[in-house]
Design a protein around this ligand. Sequence first.
Ligand code: NAD
Length: 325
Amino acid sequence: AMTSATPKLEYRELGNTGLKLSCVGFGASPLGNVFGGVTGEEANAAVREAFRLGINFFDTSPYYGGTLSEKVLGNALKALGVPRNEYVVATKCGRYKEEGFNFSADRVTRSIDESLERLQLEYVDILYCHDIEFGSLDQIVKETIPALQKIKEAGKTRFIGITGLPLHIYTYVLDRVPPGSLDVILSYCHYCINDSTLEDIIPYLKSKGVGIVNASPLAMGLLTESGPPEWHPASSELKSACQAAATYCKEKGKSIAKLAMQYSLLNKEMTSVLVGMKSVKQVEENVAAATELAASGIDEATLAEVEAILKPVKNQSWPSGIQQS
Ligand code: NAD
């Protein structure tokens, strides 16, 4: 009898951590309602479907929805009713909706306890300093990372890392901390069809032994049919170029989101492509993008057309953090 093999998600190792992450990771910022309202049932269903389809990596922060994302994700993970070691949870510290930024040792040390309580977990797998370009990088090096290392020694997180938009923050920090201090970096909006600059620092990051998580393959909604949310920081030039690319795909009967997921997934140096999801439908589409890519490759012709449309804005980013002249 014919058996049709169920396509499986690929798992990739994260730097030297020994963690094996699904190549598609679940970004839980939408569970904090940052991309429009989501009910508890929708969130639970999305997380359940993600886990059922092989997604084992879930990313949140106390910042997303002012702690809402952590609570909703915690409930959804608990509702799965599976052993804790079957999923990987990352959260962050130092950035808060009400308080703003605070990367002091005291604040981040309290922060992890608050996060664990909201997530209803004994430990997280990864704790990042969230958007460090908004703090003093020297404080991150001298005070915050040592505080995170103590949190790690206390068993409240297995691994530690940093996140942020400008790529120079990674070299600045990694050049100044003892080797092996950091386990992982999370970069966003720098390895998607319109911006591939993260690729340039891969050899450097590998030489430092850090694992790489690539977030926002859809450029926070720029590379979707419905477009980005109101708060999106891109220039109007970048927004309209992405809209033109989305329209091109739609007219050809193609999905720009699928193409964008597949583009990011093709680079295997980046362990997991963290995509923000809020519905079962989005989970199914993004997992299908990965399994179809593994089975039949990317649509080269459409990708070439989309890249041509985006060429005038290629690698255009936006300011983030405390600007230095
Ligand atoms: P993204 O590029 O993943 O885009 C998310 C948007 O695309 C949402 O509106 C979502 O509803 C929509 N979407 C998802 N799948 C879709 C599909 N198949 N078709 C159409 N639309 C779809 O941007 P993001 O959510 O900002 O980034 C992913 C995750 O990475 C975040 O949720 C967060 O966990 C993490 N992240 C971290 C940082 C940081 O630490 N500084 C920054 C950005 C993102």
